[in-house]
Design a protein around this ligand. Structure first.
Ligand SMILES: [Zn+2]
Length: 237
């Protein structure tokens, strides 16, 4: 079945922007949703709005879900050292449930998520998780006119960051509008894990102008740092 109306959760980052551009390129009407969940940097929500505008998304919802109320992640504003990870407990399950509500209400055929190969380090962004989510969606959203329920897809789940950047360039995604940084600054810091993997991928994809200044300085020759295993982990297939 051709998907005519697709829900895309837009985080403000590159991955979900590519997911939205792919759905639009396939001829679907994209409805975007973003979540204000207490993340450290509200800048990513401004990025989500700019991306939606540039991609011609007609409907974009920004929903408040204060997951930061009970803490548990370094990603939250004001997080202390007791939270060791950027993983946000239960976030993707909460977001998926809200996206299902939107999809059902607006008669969408599918939800397209921005999971990538690098996200498989998180329990709620794996292929197994996607399978369970599909079962949930099938069970809860099947109707007479839609016997299989709302489809759940993650078109980037097997792609590394470099491939995603290359796809973004092909699809003319407004990469400069996207926001990946974990830090709380006015500009992307170029030093956190998210910035570094993004910068290295942009440089390798031949668009160094889109990288941050610290990123360009660190990876001007496209080389990864021999001492750092992060890049190998995130760039592998
Ligand atoms: Zn950063």
């Amino acid at each position: 079945m051709t998907e005519t109306r697709v829900i895309v959760p837009l985080s403000g980052g590159l991955d979900s922007a590519v997911v939205a551009a792919l759905a639009a390129a396939a001829g679907a009407e994209v409805i975007a949703i973003s979540y204000r969940y207490g993340q450290r940097n509200q800048r990513e929500l401004e990025a989500a709005e700019a991306i939606a505008r540039k991609l011609g998304v007609g409907e974009h919802y920004v929903i408040d879900v204060a997951l930061s109320s009970w803490g548990g992640s370094r990603l939250f504003a004001g997080a202390d050292d007791s939270a060791s990870s950027y993983y946000v407990p239960g976030r993707n399950s909460v977001f998926a449930a809200i996206a299902l509500s939107l999809a059902e209400s607006r008669g969408a055929d599918a939800i397209h998520l921005g999971f990538t190969a690098a996200d498989r380090q998180y329990p709620d962004a794996t292929a197994e998780y996607l399978t369970v989510l599909r079962s949930l969606a099938a069970l809860t959203t099947a109707t007479e006119g839609r016997p299989d329920g709302i489809a759940i897809d993650a078109p980037l789940i097997a792609m590394d960051k470099l491939s995603i950047v290359q796809r973004a360039i092909e699809l003319q995604v407004p990469v400069a509008e996207t926001w990946s940084c974990y830090a709380g600054g006015v500009d992307q810091c170029g030093c956190c894990d998210a910035c570094r993997i993004r910068d290295l991928s942009l440089i390798r994809a031949g668009v160094p102008d889109l990288a941050t200044e610290p990123g360009r300085a660190a990876y001007a020759d496209g080389a990864e740092r021999a001492t750092d295993n992060l890049w190998r982990f995130l760039l592998r297939d």
